[in-house]
Design a binder for this molecule. Structure first.
Ligand code: ADP
Ligand code: MG
Length: 560
């Protein structure tokens, strides 16, 4: 057949992505997908080339969270695939939709374990870590393969999907007519799931009799983009709310009904708790004492029916998508039927006031060198009138302090270590947040956390992204070594100059040692809208082991 009437696997992948409005690829080029990356870029897709697949995968995952479209990560075979697999597992754990597409070696050789270049049965390796894993062996199946991956990533509880593209399928040809017919434009990949009316009635009945009701918002609610409905539910019922860390900003943290500054008291005394897109996992102490009362009853809004009763019995499950579920509650609540009692709000108010005063005193201190509180106060003051900025945040103490100190006013502008409490998401999340929003990003990083993805500052400089990375530098994991000590398992080079790293790639480096300098550097870097890194020197003794989760370190039962 005339070659003008033919196409190949490379073109079909690009055509299938474009047909489904998947317009951005985060990847690392190499055998056998280099030509695929080149072609995608030539055909108008945005291609971001990374230095390590884990960061490319993290970028794709968070792009999925921000856009409700699966983020696409492209990697080479075996080791590149395995590097990306960490991000795929993290996406699945966090319920972020993404598709990891990896090229793979010759199937016949791989399956007989005859020792091919980068030999690995990638599809089966991916399965335990992904919501679904598929392999495309024939060029005519590329369209269907991508359609199946999109449906799997987006429907129900979102997650990470692996799609294996064999080198043979990429290089094979197909006539144009068959090729066109093989493509699939997916219809309604995240169908609305409207909860059953009796489930809605059961939830309202429980809430109508609550003396100490509380609403907890999770990142599932943020993903669902249901902030308008959620605000209406909270404001018409007067029920206080607590945001999980990535749900901050769904309603502004300054909202009078936020109980964030009375968190433990609110959780401990609540008699009916409504979970909206939040799981009763370790981040909520599994719903168990001592934080929680034994008698608390739960309403849980979640898209996944198997999440119900995972840690505590749920009296009123409302299974559906959050937008539909909250709308159904609003539609069925009679005027005045659900109202948070005034004495409950008074109790919270008194406690909030006390805690805010205590926190203000701590934040006002001006120690030298800086500590986490004073440095993050300076960052907070600069960001206060920049609701357009996305904040990426990781590190142990850096995460604990920043989450509490920096208020959010806009949904989906705070991206952090998430469900796994994982380190290494920093630069990948920051790059995708800048790519998706077109607005500045501030990545607030512990010096240890930064190290896991630090080489991506070259990627940031190459694409000239408006990302300011602040490294809270105390010289180690949790804290630095004492002078003269040999490197301990947690210590790094003391007085490291992370600011000089970004200068090597043409970005702006700042070295700051006090809050005034930090505020000025951040203002200047944000105004310039170009890549910058602020090496923020803090007290090497600042920081506690494991931050707020020290209790998770196993302690020997041996009596010494
Ligand atoms: P957080 O860490 O903020 O508490 P989690 O990730 O633990 O949040 O919980 C998110 C929950 O939201 C998951 O149980 C997931 O099934 C659910 N979820 C995700 N997307 C939706 C959606 N569109 N509608 C309803 N529930 C959703
Ligand atoms: Mg540190």
């Amino acid at each position: 057949m005339n070659s003008e009437m033919m196409t190949d696997g490379f073109h079909l992948v690009v055509d299938a992505l474009k047909l489904n409005a998947l317009d951005t690829i985060y990847g690392v080029a190499g055998i056998p997908i280099t030509d695929l990356a080149r072609l995608a870029q030539a055909e108008g897709l945005r291609y971001f080339g990374f230095r390590h697949e884990q960061s490319a995968g993290n970028a794709a995952a968070i792009a999925g969270y921000l856009t409700q479209k699966p983020g696409i990560c492209l990697t080479v075979s075996a080791p590149g695939f395995l590097n990306g697999l960490v991000a795929l597992a993290n996406a699945t754990t966090n319920c972020f939709p993404m598709i990891l597409i990896s090229g793979s070696s010759n199937r016949a050789i791989v399956d007989l374990e005859q020792g091919d270049y980068e030999e690995l049965d990638q599809m089966n390796a991916a399965k335990p870590f992904a919501k679904a894993a598929f392999r495309v062996n024939r060029v005519e199946d590329i369209g269907i393969g991508i359609a199946r991956a999109i449906h799997a990533a987006l429907s129900g509880r979102p997650g990470g999907v692996y799609l294996d593209l064999t080198a043979a399928a990429l290089s094979a040809t197909l006539d144009l007519d068959s090729a066109r017919r093989s493509l699939v434009k997916v219809v309604d990949p995240a169908p609305r799931q409207i909860p059953a009316p009796d489930a809605v009635a059961r939830a309202i009945d429980l809430l109508a009799h609550a003396k100490h009701p509380l609403i907890i918002l999770g990142k599932g609610a943020a993903y669902a983009q249901a902030e308008a409905e959620i605000r209406q539910l909270i404001e018409t019922t007067g029920i206080p709310f607590l945001p999980m860390s990535m749900a901050k900003g769904l309603l502004p943290d300054s909202h009078p009904q936020s109980a964030a500054t009375a968190r433990s008291l609110a959780i401990g005394q609540a008699d009916v708790v409504v979970l909206i897109g939040a799981r009763l996992n370790w981040l909520l102490s599994h719903g168990k004492p001592p934080l929680w009362s034994e008698t608390t009853q739960f309403v849980q809004l979640d898209i996944s029916p198997t999440e119900i009763d995972s840690n505590r019995p749920i009296a009123a499950p409302v299974v559906g998508d959050i937008k539909s579920a909250v709308a159904a509650l609003l539609g069925a609540i009679q005027p005045g039927q659900v109202k948070a009692p005034a004495d409950w709000l008074d109790v919270l108010e008194v406690h909030k006031k006390k805690n805010v005063e205590r926190m203000a005193a701590r934040l006002a201190a001006e120690p030298s060198p800086m500590n986490f509180s004073s440095a993050l106060r300076a960052v907070r003051d600069v960001l206060a009138d920049r609701p357009d900025v996305t904040i990426v945040n990781e590190g142990a103490n850096t995460l604990d302090f920043a989450r509490n100190i920096i208020d959010m006013t806009v949904p989906r502008k705070r991206l952090d270590s998430g469900t796994w409490g994982v380190m290494g998401i920093g630069m990948g999340y920051a790059i995708a947040a800048a790519a998706v929003s077109g607005k500045p990003v501030v990545a607030i990083e512990g010096d240890s956390a930064f190290g896991f993805s630090g080489m991506e500052i070259e990627t940031i400089c190459r694409y000239k992204l408006p990302i300011v990375t602040i490294v809270l530098n105390n010289g180690g994991i949790y804290h630095g070594d004492k002078p003269g000590e040999r490197p301990s398992p947690t210590g790094f080079v003391q007085n490291a100059r992370y600011d000089k790293m970004i200068e090597a790639f043409g970005g702006g480096g700042y070295h700051v040692t006090d809050t005034a300098g930090l505020g000025e550097a951040l203002s200047e870097a944000l105004a310039s809208c170009t890549p910058a890194l602020i090496n923020c020197v803090i007290d090497p003794t600042a920081g506690t082991e494991s931050g707020h989760i020290q209790n998770l370190n196993p302690k020997s039962a041996l009596k010494t």
